[in-house]
Ligand binder design. Structure first.
Ligand code: CA
Length: 505
């Protein structure tokens, strides 16, 4: 095979990752004269030098753990050999002495999008039906299916119908602390730029989450309240929803794509099913593309608080202002307390699949995950359920669960989603294109019609990081202009999942 077989990410590292798809056999020579002492599967780590008991194990130039036993050069470094380092204390987070330099602006990149009255830009043209409670979900799904079948063929410019259904609204402590998080998420989902400001809400009538609590910006909210319809037959209820839907379809259908500067993009990043290649190939390629997007004036959102917590000090060092450090501290502290209340801590992440993929602990996962954010200054922090309020690189302080993270990024105003995966997940979202990026070529070959971009050649020398980053940037622009991703072509749409840290009664 050509190219690298062992990848050391940073000159300070004393471990490297086996890059060969088939793993590396015992006896494979290492730089410095040692050889592998045993078979090392792809994605797993090898000690490049002897590491004494208590010594630092370093990857990405940072300590991912201390050795619990002495590790010989050429030995495979296993999870049980490492002690998990303590997370950086939040009171020690400090702003950089001087703000990090802005990246050089990048001019002239555009995409064809749908301009909205509020200044946002849609990449898809979708009719959304907001719901206030799970009780109406089945009715709304039924209505959405009929709209797709009976109405949509007459509105060629409308891409689809999204039923924004969820499990919230009934039996919730509506005024309890943190209940504002799911409520503002439902509100801000309805305002996603891909819905063009055309609201339609279906409620039941007796639920805790009353439609006016959403404070949607509409003089007269187009609302169907199932319990209060004068004719409550199922057919009449559906007829009323279809009638209001048709009015919205008329207006959505009049929208046209027009050239828009790349600054209209709101790109949400995420990873799921990560492996040890995530931090070598897919995430750094996404990070390179993220820098290009920020340079072009776009908004880039990364998230997954538990996967970033162990790199909090690295994020603080990139903060554009002391306020951003304060926001980071507040959100991290809130999340630490939230996990502690549930008797969990960050060691609950990684997953068994992550571990099989070669990630020994959450510190290693965090360092690889943060690579997605590139090197732009951190311009702001988004609390869960809030909208992105500015351009540049933003951190959304929400859970790493794929569906919750995707839902929160949609509520933040995301119009293109980029999702990296090592082990593979068929995840898709309603109403927003999801570009799937594989960490290895073997996955892209195994899932040829699910993976949109293969970052694997970075590990084998087939493509430089820079080439991959530019190619991904162009794919993001093309996708924003209407090129359909694999999950869109197959119609794969996972459920929205609200983050509700408040009590349910
Ligand atoms: Ca995730």
């Amino acid at each position: 095979m050509s190219g690298a077989t062992l990848i050391r990410v940073h000159p300070l590292d004393n471990v490297a990752v086996a890059a060969a798809e088939e793993g590396l056999p015992a006896g494979t020579p290492l730089e410095g004269g040692a050889a592998l002492r045993e078979f090392v599967p792809a994605g797993h780590k090898v000690a490049l030098e002897p590491i004494p008991q208590g010594g630092e194990v370093r990857r990405y130039g940072a300590v991912i753990g201390r050795a619990l036993c002495s590790i010989e050069a050429g030995a495979r470094v296993r999870e049980e050999m490492l002690e998990l380092p303590q997370p950086p204390p939040l009171d020690k987070l400090c702003a950089p002495h001087a703000p990090p330099p802005e990246l050089e602006p990048l001019e002239g990149f555009t995409f064809d999008g749908y301009r909205n009255a509020d200044g946002t830009v849609g990449t898809r043209n979708v009719l959304a039906i907001t719901t206030t409670v799970q009780c109406v979900a089945a009715v709304v799904e039924h209505a959405a299916a009929r709209i797709r079948r009976e109405l949509l063929p007459r509105y060629a410019n409308v891409d689809g119908v999204a039923a924004l259904t969820h499990a919230y609204g009934c039996g919730v402590a509506i005024d309890a602390p943190n209940s504002e998080i799911p409520i503002r998420t439902v509100r801000n989902l309805a305002l996603n730029p891909n819905f063009g400001g055309e609201l339609l809400v279906v409620s039941l009538g007796c639920e805790k989450l009353e439609p006016q609590r959403l404070e949607l910006p509409s003089a007269e909210l187009p609302l169907v309240r199932l319990q209060e319809a004068p004719d409550g037959s199922f057919e009449a209820l559906l007829g009323r929803i279809l009638e209001l839907a048709e009015q919205r379809l008329e207006r959505l259908n009049a929208r046209r794509r027009v050239p828009c500067p790349a600054s209209g993009l709101v790109v949400g990043l995420q990873c799921g099913g990560s492996d040890a290649f995530s931090g070598i190939t897919a995430n750094p390629a996404v990070g390179f593309a993220a820098d290009l997007l920020v340079r072009a004036g776009a908004t880039v959102i990364f998230s997954e608080i538990t996967e970033v917590r162990d790199a909090a000090h690295l994020l603080a060092a990139r903060a554009a202002s002391a306020d951003v450090v304060e926001d980071l501290r507040r959100e991290f502290a809130w999340y630490d307390a939230y996990l502690a209340r549930g008797g969990a801590d960050r060691s609950a992440n990684p997953t068994p699949g992550n571990r099989r993929g070669g990630l020994v602990n959450v510190v290693e996962k965090a360092l690889g995950s943060v690579a997605k954010s590139g090197r732009a200054p951190l311009a702001g922090v988004i609390a869960p359920g809030e909208r992105a309020a500015r351009h540049g690189l933003l951190f959304l302080a929400g859970p790493a669960s794929d569906f919750i993270c995707g839902t929160l990024e949609l509520a933040a105003g995301m119009n293109v989603h980029v999702f990296t995966t090592g082990l593979g997940t068929p995840y898709g979202l309603p109403a927003c294109p999801v570009i799937k990026v594989s960490t290895r070529t073997s996955l892209a070959r195994r899932w040829p019609d699910l993976i949109d971009f293969d970052a694997g050649p970075i590990a084998t020398g087939g493509m430089t990081l820079e080439e991959a980053g530019w190619a991904l940037f162009r794919l993001i622009l093309d996708t924003a202009s209407g090129r359909r991703t694999w999950t869109e072509r197959h119609g794969l749409e996972n459920s929205l999942v609200l983050f509700n840290p408040a009590p349910v009664t």
